[in-house]
Design a protein around this ligand. Sequence first.
Ligand code: SOE
Length: 378
Amino acid sequence: MTKPLNIGMIGYGFMGRAHSNAYNRVSDFFDTEYTPVLKAACARNAENVQAFADNWGYESIETDWRKLIARDDIDAIDICVPNNLHKEMAIACAEAGKIILCEKPLAMNSEEGEEMCQAVEKAGVANIVWYNYRRIPAVTLAKQLIEEGKLGRIFHYRANFLQDWTISDDLPQGGAALWRLDAAAAGSGVTGDLLAHCIDTAIWLNGGVSNVSAMTETFIKERKHNLTGKVEPVTIDDACAFLCHFSNGSLGLFESTRYARGHKALYTLEINGEHGSLKWDLHDLHRLDYFDHRDEGRVRGWRSIHVTDGDHPYMDKWWVPGLQIGYEHSFVHQVADFLESLSTGKPAGPTFRDALETQRICDAVLASAESGQWTDVG
Ligand code: SOE
């Protein structure tokens, strides 16, 4: 007999769907002590949130997030709203003793993130941030291989996250669908939205970052704002590239843009070590490319591991060897690991504290781009 974990979801956008799907699927595939129950969905527009609730199977709706948090029948709150609302909601959840699953990035900046960390730590509530790419089996396999020392000393870490959806200058900024283009709601552009993913994976795989040197660009300087109807300056970064030093002595090179025509969501990473290298590509997410210099010379070369076998991370829970899973399963894995952490009491990462490290690096990147100087990670 499993125990229910009653979920209250705030927001119903793309991520609200991804998370709801994960709550619904997890117990069909993973044996966990807790089973998520979709208790209530919350958003200001009653008609829209009711349609969302009906589609995903939420039992009830709320139109005021404070009422949702005050409900005794809710154990955990999923914060799936624009970044400028994370802090207030997370602190209120912590004060109400609720478990929190917060969409990435943690906050608008690291000052806010620190306050959120202190609130959850003071309240002693379990918490996690939705950096989902760690739990794509090929990426988790990369982590295992690195931890086993298969690459030896690491020299280079490289990551890109490329998109092309904001190239048109007719695209407005702000409002429900386009808040990612509005710095007042998002905090930053590609740095907080896309590079934050690359940074989370990087520090998980390769450890902390000590300093950065960055450049950003805003290609389209003004856009109509959906909330005011006026043409207003664009203050997000459309593109960002940075160099960094990792604490282990390796060098990092990161790039993200929403102006790479032809690329919709191309997240790639590569790690080069003394004995070998690893490469991964979101468009081919079930493969991990691995080169081992210690292989016999005649057969040495890049091997492409089809990460679908029962002894690969998470894969024994799905189909039979050789059959692939996809993007949405990374969220299912995150819920499975989080539920497990509630049973064991051993936190599942990234916790708010872990995600604060990503936020600090994002802040240093933006500060460096502004000053044109190498900047220490605070
Ligand atoms: C932006 O287009 C976006 O949806 C991000 O907000 C997500 O975090 C990323 O995983 C995919 O791209």
